[in-house]
Design a protein around this ligand. Structure first.
Ligand SMILES: Nc1ncnc2c1ncn2[C@@H]1O[C@H](COP(=O)(O)OP(=O)(O)OP(=O)(O)O)[C@@H](O)[C@H]1O
Length: 358
């Protein structure tokens, strides 16, 4: 069974796949493979744990996950190369976290008319530095981690106060409704599945909500933690401030998050590390989206366009998920600013194209 394949079998599959275009394929040279194939992290993770998904799914974009925080040191030879290529940075010199002065943010509501932006969301990923990532995590460890996390939720007060809902025992109807409302995560990503992301599903997974349901935390989806602030409309300042207060509360509660000099916050997928921040709007841009320049327009602004049901989904009714593409090599505040500038440009272009049609 390939899910249990040895590192030699996985490598043979990757090496023989001439048309594979993943970053793993590009960067795991024979020399690197030979040097790394017998190494182990302090969590007991191996190269096979990192590359399994990318070898089973030769159509992967990235193709490599970190089996645990230590993988970024032990398998740095290949992971650093992948990180540089994915994030398009020549050097790994991520700055220290900087959220900006919350009293002097450069932005407010990006769409006061309320006509274009359906909703705004900013999320960060965080990993406990004392636990491995899904390929090496046991069920008991995941449950213990869930307990540590729940204890930190007790520190949320004011508008952040809320309740934790474990997935185990949640009805199918509730899960479906929460997913359709864009609140909850699913277990249907084959890349993540083959990386071990759904091992022992759904034990140790859950979701925390504040009372107003505009702040939530995903527990043990892809990352140990995803802190998410979201609301209807375009008030980026309100969404961002809420998130920063939540991050500071979690940190002050005594949790220690995995971080490495030059790489910032560590996440399961190397595509997310650094700020681990994705700021997005769901925005109506039917005219821009239909224009041939849509992709290059977004690329020039470092904006990523996704469908509205998450990565790898299609747009519905001309509504797109527009977010910052860069997460590494810039501060949190700069990442949000980059998204803000890009979204404003997309909005202006949409209006211009709509006016030209009249
Ligand atoms: N601005 C937004 N408004 C409402 N829902 C959003 C917004 N951005 C993302 N979502 C919803 O959040 C959920 C998760 O999306 P998705 O998986 O694409 O992003 P993510 O959580 O940032 O993680 P990743 O980048 O690792 O995929 C989906 O249901 C998506 O529709």
């Amino acid at each position: 069974m390939l899910a249990m394949a040895s590192v030699e079998e996985l490598w043979a599959k990757l090496d023989g796949a001439a048309d594979c275009k993943s970053l793993l394929k590009n960067n795991l040279t024979k020399e690197r493979y030979e040097a790394l194939k017998d190494k182990k992290t302090k969590f007991g993770g191996t190269l096979a744990d990192c590359i399994r998904s990318g070898c089973l799914n030769l159509d992967s974009g990235v193709g490599i996950y970190a089996c645990d925080p230590d993988a970024y040191t032990v398998f740095a030879d290949v992971l650093d190369a992948v990180i540089k290529e994915y994030h398009k940075v020549p050097e790994l010199k991520h700055p220290e976290p900087e959220m900006g002065d919350l009293d002097k943010l450069n932005f407010g509501d990006l769409d006061p008319s309320g006509e274009y932006i359906v909703s705004t969301r900013v999320r960060v990923g965080r990993s406990h530095d004392s636990y491995g990532f899904p390929p090496v995590l046991t069920k008991q460890e995941r449950l213990k981690m869930e307990e540590d996390t729940k204890a930190a939720f007790e520190k949320f007060s004011g508008e952040l106060a809320g309740k934790y809902f474990p997935l185990e025992g949640m009805s199918k109807e509730d899960q479906k409704q929460m997913t359709e409302d864009h609140f909850l995560f699913k277990d249907d990503d084959r890349f993540l599945r083959d990386a071990g992301g759904y091992n022992d599903w759904c034990s140790g997974r859950g979701i925390f909500f504040n009372t107003a349901k505009n702040f939530l935390v995903w527990v043990n989806e892809e990352d140990h933690l995803r802190l998410i602030s979201m609301q209807k409309g375009g008030d980026l300042a309100a969404v961002y401030k809420r998130l920063v207060v939540a991050i500071n509360t979690m940190t002050a509660s005594g949790l220690s998050f995995a971080k490495r000099d030059g790489l910032g916050y560590l996440t399961f997928c190397p595509s997310n590390l650094g700020t681990a921040l994705r700021a997005s709007v769901h925005m109506k841009i039917p005219n821009l989206a239909a224009s041939p320049e849509f992709k290059s327009f977004c690329d020039n602004l470092n904006i990523q366009a996704r469908g509205i049901h998450g990565e790898h989904t299609e747009s519905v009714g001309g509504v797109y998920d527009l977010s910052n593409k860069r997460r590494l090599g810039l501060t949190e505040y700069q990442a949000v600013e980059e998204m803000r500038v890009g979204v404003e440009a997309c909005l202006a272009k949409e209006k211009e194209l709509a006016a030209a049609k009249k």
